[in-house]
Write a protein of this length. Structure first.
Length: 581
């Protein structure tokens, strides 16, 4: 979206003629580029602009989700700061999908695909227009990894900017979020809530702009952008409609010019240690299981060796110290009020659970950034949702990856409690999400049930739908902790309870989950990291002999991604060059 109607600000361009090593020199320098410069002049750019570094402002603003509805304003602050800082800002748009609105429908199959389209589109514009650097902005869930993946692919000097989270609503004298509305659907079906009360809850849960307020996928990935080094410390916390959010946007624009001048690229600071810091934060705050998928994808793009077992190893040594939604009651703004993500990172650093020497986009190490910021110690805070590392909420981090003969390549669960960590019993198999949702809403589930939803993986869906509608219905019926559900699809960051996702290999490609039949005995043991079925390898192979499913889509964008998606165990990437192997 062009800013050409805004008056150009007087500022000093980067001293001297534009360096030849900047990509934009290819379209702005020399008499043979007069036609190119003429096009820029049509948009209000002048000689000073054309001598300055060209910084793209990638903006996924849209009226289809509160997560992104305000991003034009956020982008404008970053744009102006690039301009004032001596850069040539060029704003361009890309897509987004509202996960919450598409949830529980066929449309949710577009969500993970949108991550890839965002990365592809930002890469294409940056490459085609010869950008020198980027400000990448994110609102809804897949924006964050998509934008960071694009920055990694282009390896342009880049800074990530989060649009901020929504404030909680108020219903019946308590704070509520979209999670409560989804779970209210199950409560109505169970007779625990009236339709009138659900209607009132619906009208008050989302009071304005911003991403879902709990430590769901958007806030998890925004927090990770700090831990991994793509965004300055403290930038994830300010809410979407707070003045501090726009101050962050301005500071990001200024930093973007600096990183271009310094030629500071993602490949200069993204290391194995950066990704380990991101995982440590994820497991300490009880972040979304989707971050496993996205971090694996980002690592593959960066050529950094990372696999699912790393999440187990880091979770084993890193305690959970934050009690936030969906497992707890508090939201991102509560964390922001006491110092934000840096408070958690500081606690991990003091306990030697963080690689303090990992570099960040600022040019400083994360340890140096924490020392300069000097966030408060958890022990000095009078709060009920943060605990010190030496007296944590749980001794082990929230993320576990299970393996076994049902998930040879892994399956992911987030632990919100320490009860009911094992189960053995007969399974009820569903071939798609809608079948399971109907079964739950009709009141058939009972304590101890094990539900399997398959053919919802990256290729089988395609698109690896989130199952928040089903898990919320299970929770609404009062069975969040005593009914187990596993799938080759995904779960929302707002999911809680005994829910296992990302089962790999998926059913569509002949994974063992495709061999399951109603009544087979499934064993789930979180302590032993096991997901298995009481079948021999020979019996599994026999059942899969004639497995040759037809794809759900053979044309259009879904047909393309059915063909191109890789395994969830490797981040479900589509970039053929994205691998560290």
């Amino acid at each position: 979206m062009s800013q050409q109607d805004q008056p150009r600000r007087e500022r000093d361009p980067v001293a001297g003629s534009k360096p030849d090593d900047l990509p934009s020199a290819e379209v702005t320098k020399g008499h043979e580029r007069a036609p190119h410069r003429a096009m820029f002049r049509a948009m209000g750019y002048d000689d000073e602009d054309l001598e300055s570094p060209m910084v793209g402002v990638a903006n996924p603003a849209a009226d289809i989700t509160p997560c992104n509805v305000h991003l034009d304003d956020v982008a404008a602050e970053a744009y102006d700061a690039v301009d004032e800082g001596g850069g040539m800002p060029i704003e361009f748009g890309t897509i987004t999908i509202s996960d919450a609105i598409s949830m529980g429908t066929e449309g949710m199959k577009a969500s993970l695909i949108s991550r890839e389209v965002i990365a592809d589109s930002v890469e294409l514009v940056s490459f085609g227009e010869r950008m020198d650097g980027l400000v990448t902005i994110g609102g809804c869930d897949k924006n964050m990894p998509g934008m960071m993946m694009a920055a990694i692919r282009t390896d342009l000097p880049s800074v990530f900017l989060y649009g901020g989270s929504i404030m909680p609503g108020e219903h019946d004298g308590r704070e509520v979020t979209i999670q409560n509305v989804f779970e209210g659907v199950g409560m109505v079906a169970d007779g625990e809530m009236s339709e009138d009360e659900l209607d009132d809850l619906e009208r008050h849960a989302c009071p304005g702009a911003g991403s879902c307020g709990g430590m769901f996928t958007a806030n998890t990935m925004a927090s990770i952008s700090e831990a991994i080094g793509f965004a300055p410390l403290g930038s994830a916390g300010p809410p979407a409609e707070d003045e501090a959010r726009y101050e962050v946007a301005g500071e990001t624009g200024e930093l973007a010019v600096d990183v271009v001048e310094q030629r500071r690229r993602p490949s200069d600071f993204l290391t194995r240690e950066s990704f380990e810091n991101a995982i440590a934060l994820q497991v300490a705050i009880g972040g979304s299981t989707n971050a496993v998928l996205h971090l694996l994808a980002m690592a593959a793009e960066a050529g950094v060796e990372l696999d699912t077992e790393d999440f187990n190893e880091i979770s084993a040594r890193t305690p959970k110290i934050a009690d936030l939604q969906p497992g707890g009651e508090r939201v991102m703004n509560d964390l922001q009020q006491v110092g934000g993500v840096p408070v958690v990172l500081n606690a991990l650093s003091d306990a030697d659970l963080l690689h303090d020497d990992a570099l960040t986009v600022t040019g400083n190490t994360i340890g140096e950034a924490l020392e300069a910021l000097d966030p408060p110690a958890i022990e000095d805070l009078d709060v009920d949702f943060l605990e010190p590392v030496d007296d944590p909420i749980h001794e082990r981090g929230a993320i576990r990856v299970l393996t076994g003969n049902l998930a040879p390549d892994g399956a992911v669960i987030k632990i919100s409690g320490e009860d009911h960590l094992s189960h053995e019993g007969p399974v009820r198999v569903f071939e798609k999400e809608e079948e399971a949702m109907k079964y739950v809403q009709e009141g058939h589930i009972e304590a101890g049930d094990v539900l399997c939803i398959r053919n919802e993986g990256p290729q089988g869906g395609p698109g690896m739908r989130e199952m928040f509608g089903v898990t919320s219905a299970v929770a609404g019926h009062g069975h969040a902790e005593d009914v187990a559900l596993f799938t080759d699809g995904r779960f929302s960051g707002a999911t809680r309870g005994f829910s296992i996702g990302h089962v790999a290999p998926e059913a569509f490609v002949g994974g063992p989950i495709a061999a399951l039949e109603d009544g087979d005995t499934v064993t789930i043991d979180i302590d032993d990291l096991e997901l298995s079925v009481d079948l021999s390898d020979g019996e599994i192979e026999r059942r899969l002999e004639d497995h040759d499913p037809e794809p759900n889509y053979t044309d259009g964008v879904l047909g393309k991604y059915c063909r191109d998606f890789g395994s969830a165990a490797n981040g479900a990437v589509t970039n053929p060059g994205a691998t560290w192997e």
